[in-house]
Design a binder for this molecule. Structure first.
Ligand code: HEC
Ligand code: HEC
Length: 488
């Protein structure tokens, strides 16, 4: 072989170093303890983990808005053979691994209706009723069609793309950005419709069973227990109150649901989740995070409570270490969309306001976060934990409930990065405000405020407290500050 060909091959052949995802030691050190330390989750053993079968990643096909579907597409899908889309033996270069990670990111873990079903996405009225965004090419990037058996076309969802893909106003699809899929709202609407033909009792049972995952027995105060006594109408209203960009993700809460974070730039973050529950020291931890949230949380033992599920050899599914490695490489490769906001005079003035106001003491450039945790009101970390977890002395005073009364409740919020804030929203850990203008509107501190983002069905007016930085700036300085933030 000529020497230049050998050199070229050496340059492009990529030696993946796939870390072992589930070792007891790594998993034990992965999480920040919960504020009520004795309730912190304990996860399954290495042997039990690797006894769970690996997930097959199938090829997926785009879902189109019914008016944009190519002629004959539906028939063509029915003629496809099942195809496996992840085979590590075929991957040569780093780019191959990233492309394979893209397929893992889009791999559905649920086959059938979740937030919507086949009937909904093939009906143009569904799009009018829900405002479901459609990409410029006519696709709906939050779900896909899958063929696991020839002749059977299934609607696949709940892959990472269901919640971590955004369609911008111009129809650009941005993988990794917080989704604007009106998922929970639509899911609740579908349950309301189902109650009419399946009977309200059946749907009420279904929702209450679903809501059990959010409870944490032993918590001093558990706001999620309310689901036990709420009526069907109240529960449906609670779901319908959740806007796009916020979602009652597994093991979080229907009543204080988390904002979906941006995954673009995730490599730079030392803590994952709003409460900083998971520590990230490298790709192996991101792999652990991914398998935890996607498949393992149900097996966790919190305090003395029985886990929701017990591992059984050959039952359930998990991503393989190679799939998770490819996924982490893909997540680390994500780039923001081109920023349309110029660094103009207003932004230049806004940068000065940002500096004068001391925003950078927490949102430190160039990441626009200092990667630290801030304790919430009602939580006093130990000196040892302050040191170990890089905890600031300052508090920001936002609603502490997500950080105290859920399974993610470490007692902290992390300082989020402000990069990409121009395409994100709603803002704050519950997505309580829709825009930057609203975040810097002092009216949000008043009890008669109507939050422009998430507002619980039973408290449509309430103060969005805390983080009072910049609220009393003169209008021009505020506008400049916002202009600057939109350039990040
Ligand atoms: C049903 C919606 C949903 C799905 C599906 C989903 N996520 Fe998330 N993701 C969320 C929400 C909501 C949060 C915030 C949770 C919190 O802060 O407690 C989150 C947080 C994260 C974070 C933490 C980021 C940060 O900066 O805090 C990462 C990383 C992440 N998800 C990766 C993934 C990956 C990888 C997948 C697919 C394997 C996935 N998610 C699937 C909704 C989802
Ligand atoms: C003491 C630390 C601290 C200071 C100072 C600070 N912030 Fe923050 N900032 C935070 C924390 C913590 C959050 C998350 C709070 C939450 O979600 O409950 C946050 C959230 C935000 C958000 C919402 C981000 C999102 O994605 O939801 C924006 C925007 C923001 N800050 C901008 C600013 C600006 C501009 C300043 C200065 C005027 C500033 N911050 C000063 C700690 C700080």
């Amino acid at each position: 072989m000529p020497i230049d060909v050998i050199l070229l091959l050496a340059a492009t052949v990529f030696q993946p170093e796939i870390p072992k995802v589930w070792t007891e030691e790594a998993v034990r050190e992965l999480e920040v303890p919960l504020a009520q330390t004795e309730l912190s989750p304990r996860h399954i053993s290495e042997a039990d983990y690797y006894g769970i079968p690996e997930r097959k990643v199938y090829r997926t096909y785009p879902v189109y808005h019914p008016d944009r579907e190519p002629e004959g597409y539906w028939q063509w899908l029915h003629e496809r053979e099942p195809e496996i889309a992840f085979d590590p033996a075929q991957l040569r270069t780093r780019e191959d691994w990233i492309a394979a990670g893209d397929r893992v990111f889009h791999a559905p873990v649920s086959f059938g209706p979740v937030f919507f079903g086949e009937r909904e996405v093939r009906d143009p009225k569904f799009f009018e009723a829900t405002g479901m965004p459609v990409a410029a090419d006519g696709t709906v990037p939050f779900a896909s069609w899958v063929v696991r058996e020839k002749g059977k076309v299934e609607l696949g969802s709940m892959g990472c793309n269901t919640c971590h893909t955004r369609v911008l106003d111009d129809g650009t699809v941005v993988p990794g950005a917080p989704s604007n899929n009106p998922a929970d709202r639509q899911g609740a609407r579908m349950l309301g419709q189902a109650a009419r033909f399946m009977g309200p009792e059946k749907i009420l049972d279904q929702i209450r069973n679903f809501a059990l995952q959010f409870e944490l027995p032993g918590l001093k105060q558990d706001l999620n227990r309310r689901a036990r006594t709420m009526s069907l109408d109240e529960l449906i209203a609670a779901g319908q109150a959740i806007p796009a960009g916020v979602t009652a993700r597994a093991f979080t809460s229907m009543f204080v649901p988390p904002q979906i974070p941006d995954l673009i730039g995730v490599a730079e973050r030392h803590f994952l989740d709003h409460t900083g529950l998971v520590r990230q020291q490298g790709p192996a931890d991101l792999m652990r995070y991914s398998t935890l949230v996607q498949d393992m949380m149900g097996y966790a033992r919190y305090g003395d409570a029985e886990p929701m599920r017990k591992p059984e050899p050959g039952k359930g599914a998990r991503h393989s270490d190679a799939q998770l490695y490819a996924l982490a490489l893909y997540l680390y490769s994500l780039q923001p969309p081109p920023n349309p906001h110029p660094f103009d005079d207003a932004a230049r003035r806004g940068k000065e306001v940002f500096e004068k106001q001391g925003c950078g003491s927490c949102h430190a450039a160039p990441l626009y976060t200092n990667n630290k945790l801030t304790p919430v009101e009602g939580f006093e970390p130990s000196q040892a934990d302050r040191k170990k977890f890089n905890v600031m002395n300052r508090r920001v005073g936002t609603d502490p409930r997500y950080a105290l009364q859920t399974k993610k409740g470490t007692g902290y919020y992390k300082v989020p990065s402000l990069k990409g804030v121009w395409y994100r929203g709603p803002l704050e850990h519950n997505g309580s405000v829709a825009t930057l203008e609203d975040w810097f509107d002092a009216a949000r501190l008043r009890d008669d405020y109507v939050p422009t983002g998430f507002k619980p069905a039973d408290a449509p007016t309430h103060a969005v407290k805390g983080h009072e930085f910049g609220l009393d700036l003169p209008a021009q300085e505020k506008a400049d500050l916002i202009a600057f933030l939109r350039t990040l």
